[in-house]
Design a protein around this ligand. Structure first.
Ligand code: CP
Ligand code: NVA
Length: 301
């Protein structure tokens, strides 16, 4: 079974093939209305379940539109409306869904839920974000960087802020796509120890971004974080805001990314988000193209 669970557990050559295929599919349908199907219909006759246990705008819409462009059908399910949210085991849910659908995408809390789904499903499972990782996002981010600046290999990427789930997938990607990743943030919000060795740390954000080809940030409070931590996190992270002063220390042609949703003027100023370095809406668009390539890879079509 070809699941897409994480970037570090996916073969390096397969990751490259997915990115290249995403670029090719994007180019092939450029300028068409979004509802127009792709010329080839590799998902014809296939149905995909999209399960959400957390809110989503980009992941929900990009997967749904992507499946339709590939000629397949979708079913969007909210975790709380399923028996999954009322005591049915993940294993049984996986076994049952596998009898109805050809592919499962799940956004959930605990990574264990995703892994249990993958273990018991007899169809491919895609990670649509867990508390620990967000691999589909980083596939779109690598695609976006390369679209603007060419190969990401050997480039300097700086993450400023919380060492969260999106950072973790960047760390996995740094190894697989061979770029240098620097984390800058306060010690209490350091990335988890399992990522040691995949990145370097520089506490001073101004030093960290020197020579950066790409500066990235994300929300200071993730969906799985307790809202009670909000004020403390804001105090810890204020100095790591991506603003014009910080961005001016990076390379002149550096890019700025944010997976969105953003809290404007917290983790990044609107000036940066809407400014010349920013490629945030290309990133959002490329979720569509990258995930179409991921789904094709999972299904071998
Ligand atoms: N970036 C991202 O995954 O956005 P959504 O939470 O809107 O899906
Ligand atoms: N780190 C954020 C990413 C949202 C796409 C979260 O998990 O809420």
């Amino acid at each position: 079974m070809t699941h897409f669970l994480d970037i570090h557990t996916t073969d390096q050559d397969d990751l490259r093939q997915i990115i290249d295929n995403a670029h090719a599919m994007k180019t092939a349908r450029a300028g068409r209305p979004k509802g127009t199907p792709d010329d080839d219909q590799p998902l014809a006759g296939h149905i995909v379940a999209l399960i959400f246990e957390k809110p989503s705008t980009r992941t929900r819409v990009s997967f749904d539109v992507g499946v339709r462009q590939l000629g397949g059908q979708t079913m969007v399910l909210s975790g709380s409306d399923m028996q999954l949210g009322h005591g049915e085991t993940i294993a049984d849910t996986a076994r049952v869904l596998s009898r109805y659908v050809d592919l499962i995408m799940i956004r959930t809390f605990e990574e264990a839920t995703l892994l249990e789904m993958a273990e018991h499903a007899t169809v491919p499972v895609i990670n649509g974000l867990t508390n620990r990782t967000h691999p589909c996002q980083i596939m779109a981010d690598v695609m976006t960087f390369e679209e603007h600046r060419g190969p990401i290999k050997g480039k300097k990427v700086v993450w400023s802020g919380d060492g969260n789930n999106v950072f973790a997938s960047f760390a996995h990607a740094a190894k697989q796509f061979e770029f240098d990743l620097v984390f800058t943030g306060p010690e209490p919000l350091d990335p988890e120890r399992a990522l040691d060795g995949l990145y370097t740390t520089e506490r001073d954000p101004h030093k960290a971004v020197e020579g950066a080809d790409l500066v990235v940030t994300d929300t200071w409070v993730s969906m799985h974080d307790p809202q009670s931590a909000r004020e403390r996190r804001h105090n810890q992270l204020r100095g790591y805001q991506v603003n014009s002063d910080l961005m001016s220390k990076a390379k002149e042609d550096s890019l700025f990314m944010h997976c969105l949703p953003a809290h404007r003027d917290d983790e990044a100023t609107s000036e940066i988000m809407d400014g010349p370095h920013s490629v945030i809406f290309d990133e959002a668009e490329n979720r569509l193209h990258a995930q179409k390539a991921v789904m094709r890879w999972c299904l071998g079509v």
